[in-house]
Design a protein around this ligand. Structure first.
Ligand code: HEM
Length: 499
């Protein structure tokens, strides 16, 4: 009899745990007992019993219910703080004391913006800011647009057909667009196959880099050097370095010819003002006289940071639009109002006037931030107003993924897609540090305006040409973490031509 009771109690507990893990029942009495732990318990149980790698990041979503602003672990020299609070983010992002990144050795880049030391970063960031100024970006618009139009035309092969993975063409589009504007790699020097190989090598290096960062022992060079991944990563890296140096040599040759006012055949010609200021040419011509290695690493960092992020942002925005047909229609109507004639050229002003599209992109950035986690390291003791100051060398993990879904900041429906959150009235009511997809302060994303421009142009072209549908449901959209944050499911869509 006693045995039967014990069996019944154990079975009930297991049944209850299963229900909690599955999240398909709301046992109110237990929820009352659990109090504020009710949000964090199911993720913890899932983590223990039913972990799928694609769900890992989603487990953190409710961490703020127990640790409202941050989670700090301090033990002897080990000082790590995970932050998802607007006020703390503001202090950290705006201080020079937290302007350095940790795990710099993993990237194996001495000079690029992403991983250089604070002192090198500070001067080079000043020079590179100029390379991304508004006039430069305006010069890139015809390139963004022509590549987007090509991809839209190529997609005609999917008309009336089965669902296809939209990320494929968009990843290629992002890679070639970034290679063109950054490396001037659509000119005579670059063959299409080399550009494709370059993009593949970069994506491979990124995947391996992420695996390295999340495998604690591999962050030590002395151990990582003996792994198979190290060999593969080095081969991919060798190609990107060699190819980058080849393009830099070509850019240096262009500069010499321009200075001498002669063409490639040695004939006299007038120096014409450049229509497009490719980043590579800006760095080669810079008065700072960057070395080839410095230029190569700066370019590599831009390629790493720009291509996957923008491709995923466009693909995920289209998935939301395919789910919410009414929002897609509203976006289309706005686009049609501005671009109602085939001959209208895309420019900074007309693309900037697509305000509703911008709200839609921002809402996607909130829910599917392509960089959901960024990290900093203090260069000195840093008091951010907690019980103890952060020690020198403390690691700061900035979780915008949690910040963007805090129910106390964004409402109980924080995990639902609703572009109205970014209407001017709603934005005015909210602390700007609640929304940080590009970071903030002196070390924020240098390519934020570049990204918004190219992404809006690509979506404008896609929605103007096609109506998108998908079988994906909003509840199925989970974020998978790699070097960038992306949807765990494939971006499957069908398209229909707009008349
Ligand atoms: C949707 C697209 C993108 C998102 C969401 C994004 C987001 C971010 C974030 C969160 C950071 C870290 C900021 C911090 O630590 O405060 C970052 C850094 C960076 N991003 Fe982006 N980024 C995007 C696209 C781009 C593009 C298109 C480029 C270049 C063309 C770019 C270049 C960089 C660079 C060079 C850094 C390092 C900046 C530094 O350390 O000084 N990003 N990005």
């Amino acid at each position: 009899m006693v045995f039967a009771w014990i069996l019944a109690i154990v079975a009930s507990i297991l049944y209850f745990i299963k229900k909690l893990v599955d999240g398909n029942v709301n046992p109110k009495i237990f929820y009352k007992l659990l109090g504020r732990y009710r949000h964090i318990l199911p993720p913890i149980l899932k983590f223990c019993f039913k972990d799928k790698s694609e769900d890992k990041l989603n487990r953190f979503k409710y961490v703020h219910k127990i640790f409202p602003r941050y989670l700090r672990m301090k033990f002897l020299n080990f000082d790590v703080i995970t932050v998802y609070d607007p006020e703390l983010c503001k202090k950290i992002f705006n201080s020079q004391l937290a302007c350095q990144r940790p795990f710099r050795n993993c990237l194996q880049l001495e000079y690029g913006l992403l991983a250089s030391t604070y002192h090198y970063w500070k001067t080079s960031r000043k020079h590179l800011n100029v390379a991304f100024n508004l006039n430069v970006l305006k010069g890139f618009i015809p390139i963004f647009d022509s590549y987007a139009v090509n991809v839209v035309n190529d997609m005609k092969s999917h008309l009336g057909g089965k669902e296809f993975d939209l990320l494929h063409p968009l990843a290629k589009l992002a890679g070639t667009t970034v290679a063109a504007t950054t490396l001037n790699a659509h000119g005579v020097e670059a063959s299409p196959s080399e550009v494709t190989k370059l993009i593949d090598s970069i994506n491979l290096s990124l995947d391996l880099l992420f695996k390295r960062i999340i495998t604690p022992f591999w962050t030590f060079d002395s151990i990582y050097k003996f792994t198979k991944n190290y060999k593969i990563e080095n081969e991919a890296r060798k190609f990107t370095v060699d190819y980058g140096l080849e393009l830099i040599a070509a850019a240096r040759k262009r500069k010499i010819l321009e200075d001498k006012k002669i063409d490639e055949n040695g004939n006299d010609c007038e120096k014409k003002p450049a229509k497009v200021n490719y980043i590579i040419d800006q760095l080669v011509n810079h008065e700072e006289k960057f070395t080839d290695q410095e230029i190569q690493e700066h370019l590599m960092v831009i390629l790493i940071t720009a291509s996957e992020t923008t491709a995923n942002l466009v693909a995920t925005t289209i998935i939301y639009l395919a789910i919410y047909q009414d929002i897609q229609q509203k976006v289309y109507e706005e686009i049609f109002q501005v671009f109602n004639d085939e001959n209208i050229e895309v420019d900074y002003d007309n693309i900037g006037s697509l305000k509703y599209l911008e709200m839609v992109v921002k809402e996607t950035l909130r829910l599917f931030s392509p960089i959901p986690i960024s990290a900093r390291e203090t260069i000195d003791e840093f008091d951010i107003g907690l019980d103890k100051p952060l020690a020198k060398g403390a690691k700061i993990v900035l979780l915008n993924y949690v910040l963007h879904q805090r129910t106390d900041l964004w409402g109980e429906d924080a995990d639902k897609f609703d572009p109205e959150r970014f209407s001017p009235e709603n934005m005015a009511k909210r602390d700007p540090y609640c929304f940080l997809p590009f970071g903030a302060g002196p070390r924020m994303c240098i390519g934020n305006r570049y990204a918004m421009l190219t992404v809006k142009i690509e979506i404008m072209r896609l929605i103007k040409a096609y109506r998108f549908s998908t079988s994906i449901k909003e509840e199925e959209m989970k974020m998978k973490l790699s070097f960038t944050g992306k949807m765990s499911k494939k971006h499957m869509v069908t398209i229909e031509e707009r008349k």
